[in-house]
Structures are given as structure tokens and as C-alpha cells.
Design a protein around this ligand. Structure first.
Ligand code: OXD
Ligand code: MN
Length: 594
């Protein structure tokens, strides 16, 4: 425990409001974790799975109305509304504290309040930041034990300082109407109530490591980004690192854990995972940008994960994992999800815990008919990952050669292009977008702008965030080069042209060659495009040089149509959009029309 009066007074205050029966400090020990697992199993909160097949693994189901992040219920509570900006929901801090205090009052009666001291980054290291989460959920405790570094050493490191993020979570009644995920960046505080779903309640992740951290990064001269971090090891043993930001459903975890195509493996290429979701970026003493993964585990989407799409992720879930809202195979007490294999269990419960009939599965109504919820998850220790980078525990992280933005675009974006400068690269990030697919409800092909994949995660005004990107570019002596990729271009019949998955390494190879000035490129209105012969297609079935030519053409008509959509989005972001970005947009339009 601790003698820190800031921590003790704050816990007293929160306990006086929420009124738990008792308070338990989480010490990070296996003994305590095991006792909590047993308690959760005794109440039905968790189900112990087949320990021969899945040692140390458990299943949990959230409430059926509580299966995903809720952007509409997520708020940035800065004193001034304009500091949260038009993209975020906002409530004045005093009003928000008052409104939520009512919901928290007595919400932990009959329950235990767990105190979780945790670190984002290596405890005691220069770049680590600390938080304490108070929660009435054992599920949250057990997930935080996987996703972050938890224990008494965190309290010792905080010492008597007030410098930690205060997180309060209560499931309360899981009332959808009164669900709130609120951030008070000026007070280092996060309040989450009436949810039990990971993204809303594991406060170290999106709430702290992105929303609060992005705010702190701007104040302190660093960046918190929604990016995977991977290393490409060359046959000569050298490793180069890439950070990449993609909106959801674009294969971020798959890219982070990529398995090189056979021809590359034979030559000795390897890919190493440093992180699959979040990167904290700082300028190193060598003038390069360094990326550190503040998390300690993966909270990955289960459906679609299989031994072809991502064998590394699958292997990562085979021990000590928590599965949430997947299908429960009653024959062998294990788990299943759509896309795991072609053998759905015949005797199973669906994600709601109801008897499931796999023959009724209807792709058009996944939520209604699937065994696993489309957003069902695994929480797994990073150290289980077969391709985990040896630098994973390096407190400083890794030096970044390239930053890659990406989206899902049927026509507009080519397979890959390089921005012409940091400013132009910031512009490329600011106009990132994805199109809705037939798989999702609603219209197909609707463009959602998701700048830097941070639309739901910037803890302040999006315009100020872009300005921070531009400002950082001016002070990084050896800045990474910035690229954009699109794995999802389709032909006239709607088929993907590029094979994706492991073959994306072919594109990363070009990107890294550009960073080293080892390969030339063609300047186009949108930036540098590869010369088609420079994308290695050796050993690639069905892809010819003509396919690559097609993939790297710029369809000016669709780009010009996109410009209007970008203007609308900039107008929505409002008057804090940096003048440099308006200028970049006007210049792009002029080049496309020339
Ligand atoms: C995630 C997300 O869960 O981006 O990582 O929603
Ligand atoms: Mn994410």
C-alpha cells in the first residue's frame, strides 16, 4: 500500500460516494489474481475453460447492451468547449462531475472496490506514466493485470507525488441511458460508469493511453498515437521500425504480427511485433523519433483470427487469456468464433449465453445469428506472442523509420504513396478515411473521415492536434518519412486486387527502401508513387506488373470528388484547422486539376 496522502484522500472521497462494502488493493501477485479468478467463477462472472486445451483461460460475457465502445457517450470535459472541439462530445467539468456523482452514489454498495495501481510503460522508466483505477469489477481487474503493468512497485514509484491519472469505474446498473465515459484532461481524471465493456472500462487503454495521453503529449512535447509498432528484420540482421495507424477493421493486429511470404522467409526476413494498438512517440537524444508501446497485452478482435490470417495472434490466445463474448463450445468447454475454422460447434452457447444453432447463421445479421459477437475479444499477454520484439521491454522503445497511415478505399487511394514532407504527411494523416463495407450495416461506400485513426481518441480539439503534429515536425531533427497505404482497392467486380496479409511486407520493403534513399519514385499530384517494377512480386500468384501499375495509378476523378468531402470535414473541425493544412488541400486540388 501507500502513505501518499493524495491517493489516500482521493480513495476516501470516491469510497464515500460509491459506498463499497470493502476496499481491496491489487498487488499484482499471482496468488491474489488466482483468488479473484476463483471468486469470479463462483459468481458466474467468468467461466473457467478447458485447462488442457486452454490453460489459464477464461470466458466472460458482457451485458447484451454493452458490447462495444460508445462514441456517443464519450466526453472530453475541458473548461472551455472549444478546447474539446467539434469532433468530441463535451460537458462542462462541474456539470459532468455533478451528473456522474449522482450515478456513482451508492453504486458499489454490496460490492468490493478494487484499487489497481498500474503503469503505462516500464515501471520506473523515464517514459512511463502511472494511473490508479478504482473499479467494482473483477473482470476489469483481471484484464488490467494482462493489459498493463500492475503492482506495489507502481505505488512505490509514484511515491508521495500527485502525478498519476485518477480513474473511477463503476458498472453501476449497466444502464445504457446513463452510460458515460468522461475525461477531464485538466484534472488527470477519468470517470466511467454503467458499462462493463473493455474499451469503456479498461481505463489504461483508450481513455488514458490515447485521450488523456494525447493531451499530455501536446503539453509536454510528445505524441500519443493509435498506431501499431513493428520491426522488419533484414537478412543481414538489421531491423527497421514502422508505426502504422489504421481505422478499425483494417487489419492492424494482422499487420503488427505479419508472417513474411515464403520467398522473404527463405531469404531470412522476419517481422517483430512491438505493439498492435498504441504508440507513444518521443524525440530521442539521437534526434530520431522513438516509439514505445505503453501496453503489456493485446485486446484483439477474435472473429476472423485463424491460423492463416494471423497464426501469431491465435498462438498468443492459447494460454492465460480472457475471452469476451465469443461462442462457448459445450462439448469440450472451449471457445469458437466466426472465421476460426469451418467447424462451428454443434453444442454451443452464443455470445449472449443462449443455445446456438450454427445452421441459422446469416451473414447479413451477424449480431443476431452469430456464435461470437462481431466485436468479441481476446485479452492476452504480449509475452505469449511468438513474434514479440526483443525490444518490447526496452523502456525507450524503438527508433521509427516510417509512419504509415492507411484506410479502406475501393478506388481513391493507391496501394502506397509517400508524402513529400512532414507537413504534407500531416495533411495525408488529416484526410485519412475508410469506406463502409457490405459487412457493416448501412450504406456501402460511405466515407468516414478518421484522421490519423484518432477520431474517437483525441483528448482535445482536432485542429489543435493537427497543429501539434506540425509543431513536432519542426523539432524532430531526423523525422520519419510519412506514407499512406490501401490494401483494399477493388476491381470492377468488387474483388480485392492486392492479396494483403503477409504480402503487405512487399509494400513495407518499398517504404523502408524509400526511407534509406535506396529506391527512386514517380512524383504524382498526391505524392511519390512507386515505379511498378520496384514492388517485388516474386513468388506472388496472379499478380503481374500490370496489376501493380493499376494499383499505383491515381484516379483523379475520385480524388477531386473526395476534395469536397475533405472540405466539409475541415469545416466541421472548425476554425482551429491549421492554415498549412488548408494550403495543402488547395495545392492538392490545383495539382489534380492541372
Ligand atoms: C480497439 C479500437 O479496440 O480501436 O483497439 O476500438
Ligand atoms: Mn484500437
Amino acid at each position: 500500500m501507500t502513505k501518499n496522502k493524495y491517493i489516500l484522500n482521493w480513495i476516501d472521497e470516491m469510497a464515500a460516494m460509491t459506498k463499497p462494502d470493502k476496499i481491496v488493493w491489487i498487488d499484482g501477485s499471482e496468488t491474489q489474481a488466482e483468488a479473484l479468478r476463483a471468486e469470479a467463477c463462483s459468481t458466474g462472472e467468468m467461466i473457467k475453460l478447458n485447462q488442457d486445451l486452454l490453460p489459464g483461460c477464461y470466458l466472460h460475457r458482457t451485458a447484451v447492451n454493452d458490447v462495444a465502445r460508445v462514441e456517443g457517450r464519450t466526453f472530453i470535459c475541458t473548461s472551455k468547449k472549444e478546447d474539446a472541439g467539434n469532433i468530441n462530445n463535451w460537458i462542462a467539468p462541474a456539470e459532468c462531475y455533478a451528473r456522474l456523482s449522482k450515478l456513482y452514489t451508492g453504486s458499489m454498495k454490496g460490492r468490493t472496490m478494487y484499487v489497481i495501481p498500474y503503469s503505462m510503460g516500464i515501471v520506473g522508466s523515464e517514459f512511463a506514466k502511472y494511473g490508479i483505477e478504482l473499479t467494482d469489477s473483477i473482470y476489469v481487474v483481471l484484464n488490467m493485470l494482462i493489459m498493463t503493468r500492475v503492482g506495489n512497485d507502481v505505488l512505490e514509484t509514484i511515491g508521495d507525488s500527485a502525478d498519476y491519472i485518477k480513474g473511477l469505474h463503476s458498472k453501476a446498473q449497466l444502464d445504457e441511458e446513463n452510460r458515460y465515459i468522461c475525461h477531464f484532461p485538466e484534472d488527470n481524471t477519468i470517470w466511467s460508469v454503467n458499462s462493463g465493456y473493455g474499451g469503456n472500462v479498461l481505463l489504461g487503454k483508450k481513455c488514458f493511453a490515447l485521450r488523456i495521453a494525447s493531451y499530455l503529449g501536446r503539453k509536454e512535447g510528445w505524441m500519443a498515437e493509435h498506431m501499431l509498432i513493428l520491426g522488419v528484420e533484414y537478412p543481414n540482421g538489421e531491423t527497421k521500425y514502422v508505426c502504422a495507424a489504421f481505422p478499425s477493421a483494417c487489419g492492424k493486429t494482422n499487420l503488427a504480427m505479419l508472417i513474411p511470404p515464403e520467398t522473404y522467409r527463405k531469404k531470412g526476413f522476419k517481422v517483430w511485433t512491438v505493439g498492435d494498438d498504441i504508440a507513444w512517440l518521443r524525440i530521442g537524444s539521437d534526434g530520431r523519433l522513438w516509439a514505445m508501446n505503453p501496453e503489456n497485452g493485446f485486446f484483439g478482435v477474435a472473429p476472423g483470427t485463424n491460423d492463416k490470417s494471423n497464426p501469431n495472434a491465435l498462438a498468443t490466445t492459447r494460454e492465460g487469456a480472457i475471452f469476451t463474448n465469443v461462442c462457448h463450445n459445450l462439448d469440450n468447454n472451449s471457445v469458437w468464433w466466426e472465421g476460426l475454422d469451418k467447424n462451428p460447434p454443434h453444442n454451443a452457447l452464443n455470445w449472449r449465453g443462449e443455445k446456438w444453432d450454427y445452421t441459422k447463421y446469416d451473414k447479413a445479421d451477424k449480431v443476431g445469428t452469430s456464435g461470437a459477437h462481431p466485436n468479441s475479444r481476446f485479452t492476452a499477454k504480449a509475452t505469449n506472442c511468438p513474434c514479440l520484439s526483443a525490444e518490447f521491454n526496452n523502456p525507450a522503445g524503438v527508433p521509427v523509420s516510417a509512419i504509415v497511415f492507411g484506410g479502406r478505399r475501393a478506388r481513391t487511394a493507391p496501394l502506397v504513396y509517400q508524402s513529400t514532407s512532414w507537413q504534407n504527411g500531416t495533411f495525408v494523416g488529416s484526410i485519412m478515411a475508410s469506406e463502409t463495407t457490405a459487412a457493416a450495416a448501412g450504406a456501402v461506400g460511405v466515407v468516414r473521415r478518421d484522421p490519423m485513426a484518432m477520431r474517437p481518441f483525441v483528448g482535445y480539439n482536432m485542429g489543435d492536434y493537427w497543429q501539434h503534429w506540425l509543431d513536432m515536425g519542426k523539432i524532430i531533427p531526423h523525422a520519419p518519412k510519412i506514407f499512406h497505404v490501401n490494401w483494399f482497392r477493388t476491381d470492377d467486380e468488387g474483388n480485392f486486387i492486392w492479396p494483403g496479409f503477409g504480402d503487405n511486407l512487399r509494400v513495407l520493403e518499398w517504404i523502408l527502401a524509400r526511407c534509406e534513399d535506396k529506391v527512386d519514385a514517380n512524383l504524382s499530384p498526391i505524392g511519390y508513387l512507386p515505379k511498378p517494377e520496384d514492388i517485388n512480386i516474386e513468388g506472388l500468384d496472379g499478380v503481374t506488373i500490370d496489376t501493380i501499375k493499376d494499383l499505383v495509378t491515381v484516379d483523379k476523378e475520385s480524388w477531386l470528388a473526395d476534395i469536397a468531402n475533405i472540405r466539409d470535414f475541415y469545416a466541421l473541425v472548425g476554425d482551429r484547422v491549421p492554415a498549412e493544412l488548408h494550403k495543402e488541400l488547395n495545392q492538392l486540388e490545383a495539382r489534380l486539376k492541372a
